[in-house]
Design a protein around this ligand. Sequence first.
Ligand code: RB5
Length: 142
Amino acid sequence: MKYYIATDHAAFGIKERVKDIIRSLGHEIIDLGTNSPDRVDYPDFAHKLSNAVLADEGSFGILICGTGIGMSLAANKHKGIRAALCHDAYTAQMARAHNDANVLCFGERVVGLGVIESICKTWSKTSFEGGRHANRVAKIEI
Ligand code: RB5
């Protein structure tokens, strides 16, 4: 599976660790920045990553900022992006199984590395259940 990742300055410090986690799970990961701890605006990176995921069918995105809130708000403005702010393995599992989320968001200031690892592992092994959830997901777009 191919993943894209982007962070703002608040999460720049853990980006390499998250890339290692995704690679250790057997996936490819493409880094869309930011590339330094200098202050940036999270929507710029959320939009860049959302466009990349939409242009590459079947790919996933990972967006990390301080809380994960700003990244998820911005990414969800894109038709076809379902960005889920996850706090633990359970929310990651439900985001994939019930919501068919294609962009994983979390907050560097909210979750620690152990939780991030369990979020990524669970996300990568969970498929969309379809069935009754497919109709609900289709109703998300207005
Ligand atoms: C940056 O200070 C912070 O506002 C940002 O990383 C994010 O948490 C916004 O939602």
